[in-house]
Design a protein around this ligand. Structure first.
Ligand code: KG4
Ligand code: ZN
Length: 342
């Protein structure tokens, strides 16, 4: 079965074609970053309008790129949530309408399930069960994954998501939106040990996270060391970026080790935009090695939002006969645990 996947939950228009027999056939991505960068964050209305402009042309492009006919498409999967409601509605309306017009089963996919299953697109995919660390701009969650749709939430952020903290610290350091990749790049010039930021909630039991205090600690440090006239110098900015990145990575690693110990599982997958972070991958490789475990992640372009993960997740569910009725579904809030098992 060839499934068209459509992702429009935030500021990326992603489309892809996934074939249950041959794997990923083609994918196309359009990032709206330039539009939102001037405002320092995503403007929902501008995001929706741009998805309207880009989605259909990208679908035509991905069909051409895959070298298939539109009539070869056997199912449509679109991101139904969580995300920005207007942005979601664009993909949902287009996906549902194409499915109806083409007479093929159509399904609204959970964005975080898409992220969670993205490592399955790799040549050596993980096998169930595993622990998943989902780290994106909107979510930080540890999940016990027994199979598709068999998710138990082990812990999550009580306030800011890890990606959100990266973006806010990026802003404080005068870096462009989204800050995550820029903070990571700047951190490469930093000197370790100049700034030691707290590892929030690691001293108490449990698997929840909190990153808002860390963000405040960075703000306080910036205020303390900034020159009253010229502000931070380049080395100070890099040192702060490194101190912050180390604090986030160490915090995530401590909680991942704890989750693996608690569940007795040896496979850890990381997914979502922050899983593209090289320091995080490096430190987690060491973490899993200590318990003879294995770490899995998607290639960088499938860590951040993309259509391939939605096509893949949708395909798995459509293959077992799950599909939606004619409703155009957009659910800005949607729990992973509410998903049906397959
Ligand atoms: O999964 P994603 O593309 O969108 C959401 O579902 O939110 O994640 C985007 C987030 C942003 O906060 C971005 O700054 C962060 O992922 N990010 C990174 C890196 N690449 C993307 N954070 C740290 N290091 C990176 N290399
Ligand atoms: Zn995402």
């Amino acid at each position: 079965m060839i499934v068209l996947g459509i992702e429009t939950s935030c500021d990326e228009t992603g489309v892809a074609l996934y074939d249950s027999e041959k794997g990923l056939l083609a994918d196309c991505l359009y990032s709206q970053i330039k539009i939102h960068a001037q405002y320092g964050g995503v403007i929902p209305e501008l995001a929706s309008r741009d998805h309207i402009r880009k989605t259909l042309p990208l679908i035509k492009e991905v069909v051409a790129k895959a070298g298939i006919q539109q009539s070869d498409i056997g199912g449509v999967a679109y991101t139904a949530g969580p995300g920005l409601v207007g942005a979601l509605l664009v993909g949902a309306a287009i996906g549902r309408s194409l499915g109806m017009g083409w007479g093929v089963p159509t399904l609204g996919v959970h964005h975080m399930e898409g992220h969670l299953l993205a490592p399955m697109l790799e040549a050596q995919p993980p096998e169930f069960p595993f622990v998943a660390l989902l780290v994106s701009g909107g979510h930080t969650q540890l999940v016990n994954v027994e199979g598709i749709g068999r998710y138990t939430l082990l812990g999550e952020s009580l306030d800011d998501a890890a990606g959100e903290a990266f973006d806010k610290v990026g802003k404080m350091l005068g870096l462009p939106y989204p800050g995550g990749p820029h903070v990571a790049k700047l951190a490469q010039q930093g000197v370790a040990g100049k700034f030691n930021f707290p590892r929030p909630m690691t001293n108490r039991p449990g698997l929840d996270f909190s990153f808002s205090g860390l963000k405040t600690a960075v703000r306080t440090a910036i205020a303390e060391v900034s020159d009253p006239v010229s502000g931070l110098d380049d080395q100070q900015r890099a040192d702060i970026a490194l101190g912050f990145e180390q604090a986030v990575v160490a915090t995530l690693a401590i909680k991942c080790a704890r989750a693996m110990q608690q569940t007795g599982l040896r496979s850890l997958i990381i997914a979502g935009g922050v899983s593209a972070n090289l320091k995080l991958r490096e430190v987690l490789e060491e973490t899993v090695a200590k318990s003879q475990g294995k770490l899995f992640y998607a290639q960088a372009r499938f860590c951040t939002d993309n259509g391939a993960m939605i096509a893949y997740a949708g395909c798995q569910r459509l293959l077992v006969g799950q599909q939606d009725d004619l409703e155009i579904r957009a659910q800005p809030r949607w729990s992973l645990e509410a998903l049906p098992a397959i």
